[in-house]
Design a protein around this ligand. Structure first.
Ligand SMILES: *Cc1c(COP(=O)(O)O)cnc(C)c1O
Length: 357
């Protein structure tokens, strides 16, 4: 089979060595004689995997011991409901920064549970803190660190100087760079963009926030339940946990988050440079607001975009179509994307321009 360049936004490319190891041990996991797919989540070996998974994440992402690591289901969207259910407590309102599709949808879902204060509403930018109108009585403040559809990414952690818990959706950039967890009260991320397959959603939450759930919160959505049972409340997505654990080991073998952040920057710089150098392609976002993970661009002649996607597909570049709400082209380049494949995309873009420009 010829090589495929997978720029899909998610579920997205996984590291090759992870897939190879999963393939090699698919029929006989860990010497048990059965597949991981057939193993009970109550088997000692699987319980050990659960502990290792949490332990590995805590080490790699440097998560202090007063934060709980929860492996849940329901994806990013599930968290849009679980966050208000778990964090509202006695409060009646929550703050939302709205600057792209996902932050918009997060706020829409929260409106079912409380008053949503749109701290700032913006498009095509990461709004500067000076534009934010925060409410110091809000139950929490939610923002989206990387807007996957719009191609925007925060280059700073909002320092809001109140006691309002800071909550970040890092679904599409968690583990792409080092973080200082102490700046956050909660980070949530569905795995299928940057660190695993679909089916598992990570929540890292400060232990002081575990007693604020609304009484109606279903147990399978309840952070405290998951915390007390080390995420063994219901049958976990066992295969997804296993793959995420392999990805964590791969991250460590790559030199950890500092090194991955350098590589991700290098890849993004290369593609943005190719776009900016040409009048044929354009990206309308100011350099300091641009995402390193999801690079959106247009062809100056919009009519050529369908042709671009078609020829890209013929040349084995897949997943490049922009989200239906914005159109255009989007190249998603998560941790598992090697720079050589970004170089190949840039070469393809130059050839396409020479042919059609
Ligand atoms: C993809 C995405 C989501 C939604 O994730 P699902 O698992 O499909 O519910 C939420 N937030 C961000 C930032 C995303 O990129």
């Amino acid at each position: 089979m010829s090589r495929i360049f997978n720029f899909s936004p998610g579920p997205a490319k996984l590291p090759r060595p992870v897939l190879e190891q999963a393939q090699a041990e698919l029929l006989d996991w860990n010497g048990t004689g059965v597949s991981i797919l057939e193993t009970s989540h109550r088997a000692l070996q699987f319980e050990a995997l659960g502990h290792e998974l949490t332990h590995n994440l805590r080490r790699i992402a440097n998560i202090p011991s007063d934060y709980k690591i929860l492996w849940m289901q329901g994806g990013g969207r599930g968290q849009f409901s679980m966050i208000p259910m778990n964090l509202l407590g006695e409060k009646k309102s929550a703050d939302y920064v709205i600057n792209g599709l996902w932050s918009h949808l997060a706020a829409d879902e929260a409106r079912k549970y409380c008053h949503v204060n749109p701290v700032v509403q913006a498009r095509d930018i990461v709004p500067d803190l000076s534009m934010w109108a925060c409410d110091e009585n809000a139950a929490y403040l939610h923002y989206t660190d990387n807007e996957t559809v719009d191609g925007l990414e925060f280059s700073f952690v909002p320092d809001i100087t109140t006691d309002v818990p800071l909550v970040a959706d890092m679904t599409s950039n968690f583990l792409s760079k080092p973080i200082d967890m102490t700046q956050f009260s909660l980070i949530h991320a569905a795995a299928q963009k940057n660190f695993g397959p679909s089916g598992v959603t990570l929540v890292i939450v400060h232990e002081s926030l575990l007693d604020r759930a609304l009484p109606m919160t279903p147990s399978f959505c309840h952070y405290k339940t998951f915390s007390e049972l080390n995420s063994f409340y219901q049958t976990p997505p066992t295969m997804s946990w296993y793959i995420v654990n392999l990805v964590l080991k791969w991250i460590e073998a790559q030199g950890g988050l500092e090194r991955l952040a350098e590589k991700n920057q290098e890849k993004a710089d290369l593609l943005y440079q190719t776009i900016d150098e040409s009048d044929f392609y354009r990206n309308h976002i100011a350099p300091e607001h641009r995402s390193r993970m999801n690079i959106v661009f247009r062809l100056t002649n919009n009519a050529l975009e369908a042709c671009f996607l078609e020829e890209a597909q013929e040349a084995n570049f897949i997943g490049l179509k922009g989200h239906k709400s914005v159109g255009g082209i989007r190249a998603s380049m998560y941790n598992a994307m090697p720079i050589s494949e970004v170089q190949a995309l840039c070469e393809f873009m130059k050839h396409f321009e020479a042919k059609h420009g």
